[in-house]
Design a protein around this ligand. Structure first.
Ligand SMILES: Cc1ncc(COP(=O)(O)O)c(C=O)c1O
Length: 362
């Protein structure tokens, strides 16, 4: 079976010497490797300050705290995402208000965001779902117009671009996840890319118990609620080795994704994603809409191809459905949504076979 997602661990010859060095160095906690990982990651993104953490969820939590989202506030978000996006909003006691999606991308609709803004709206959460960039320029316009900050959940979108700039350059806070099956994995981990130095310094305190690492323990006077969210040298070492070959990995995803974009056109029952102008997806998964999705998934499964909608839309979780509303575009999109494997593990013969299988119908 060609899996939909797969963990990427660098070659033993490359990874193990680095890991061994750190494991037996006498210092495995947050130290030099973490610092290096952050600085190399920052350079990869191209602007801002990278704060490593032990999960993408921790990064979301810190971003929400920095914005000051709390009980009584609302965050406009999307239901088409993995649960952590919205669970994080509940972690700070706020309520989730779902905007609908754009039918042609599945991503949060700027028009619907604007319609849902009210006096309680404290932040807007947007997700590059499956690696497809959101409508950055429209969301930036709305953020500016109403003075509401945006958190960009880019857990699926490392290396995606909008108007030539990588995801991580568009909004004050961008969240990456390095969990096991993501484009880059540190086994577990995440990064909060922060636009300003000031917010970055605050985030450092929140990451580690409110303690300022620049001072001794005795000199410290904790003044904010902090958490144990830091990354350690072991995970950072895995991250550094991964970053060294990330362009190769991303390019295979992108090449496979573009191949599907061109080869799956004009097939009865298949409706391709119409990306926003200027956007370049990361193609963590390949996303499309099909008629008779169950039949499609079954047919693909019989040919050894794993296809799935992967995530349960979040408004179908009672706890994550604070304001039940109709989301007509999402209803339509989600009933047809399916993902196909398009990662580094899918070779040219396999991708051609996937296309041929779809062309035969289901
Ligand atoms: C869209 C999205 N946001 C956030 C997260 C949270 O990341 P993590 O699992 O690293 O906490 C995930 C991953 O599971 C995700 O898919």
């Amino acid at each position: 079976m060609i899996p939909l997602v797969k963990t990427n661990i660098p070659d033993r010859e490359k990874l193990m010497p680095e890991l061994e060095k750190v494991l037996y160095s006498g210092y495995v906690a947050q130290g030099e490797q973490v610092e290096n990982f952050e600085r190399v990651f920052e350079a990869f993104i191209g602007s801002g300050h990278a704060l490593s953490v032990n999960s993408g969820t921790a990064a979301l939590h810190i971003a929400l705290i920095l914005i000051g989202v709390k009980s009584g506030d609302e965050v406009i978000s999307t239901a088409l995402t993995a649960e952590p996006t919205n669970v994080a909003i509940k972690m700070v006691g706020a309520k989730i208000r779902y905007a609908d999606v754009d039918y042609h991308t599945g991503n949060i609709s700027p028009k619907s965001i604007e319609e849902n803004i009210n006096e309680f709206t404290k932040a807007i959460m947007v997700v590059d779902y499956a690696g497809i960039p959101v409508n950055v320029s429209e969301i930036q316009r709305i953020s500016k117009k109403y003075n509401i900050p945006v958190i960009h959940d880019a857990a699926h979108a490392l290396g995606a671009k909008y108007n030539g700039f990588k995801t991580g350059n568009h909004f004050p806070f961008t969240v990456f996840s390095f969990q096991a099956i993501k484009l880059l994995t540190t086994i577990d981990g995440g990064m909060l890319q922060i636009a300003t130095k000031e917010e970055y310094e605050k985030a450092k305190l929140i990451r580690w118990f409110g303690i300022d690492k620049k001072l001794t323990r005795l000199e410290n006077d904790i003044q904010v609620q902090g958490y144990k969210y830091h990354m350690n040298n072991i995970n950072a070492t895995i991250g550094l080795v991964q970053l060294d070959e990330i362009d190769t990995i991303l390019n295979i995803h992108i090449d496979n994704g573009k191949y599907f974009d061109s080869s799956l056109q004009n097939i009865p029952g298949v409706d391709l994603i119409n990306y926003y102008p200027g956007s370049e997806p990361a193609y963590w998964l390949y996303t499309l809409k099909v008629e008779n999705r169950e039949g499609f998934i079954k047919q693909m499964g019989e040919k050894g191809i794993m296809a799935s909608e992967l995530h349960k839309r979040n408004d179908w979780h009672s706890y994550l459905n604070d304001f039940p509303v109709k989301l007509p575009n999402l209803d339509k999109f989600y009933s047809r949504l399916v993902h196909l494997p398009c990662g580094y593990w899918v070779n040219p013969q396999e991708r051609a076979m996937i296309v041929e299988t779809i062309k035969k119908g289901w």
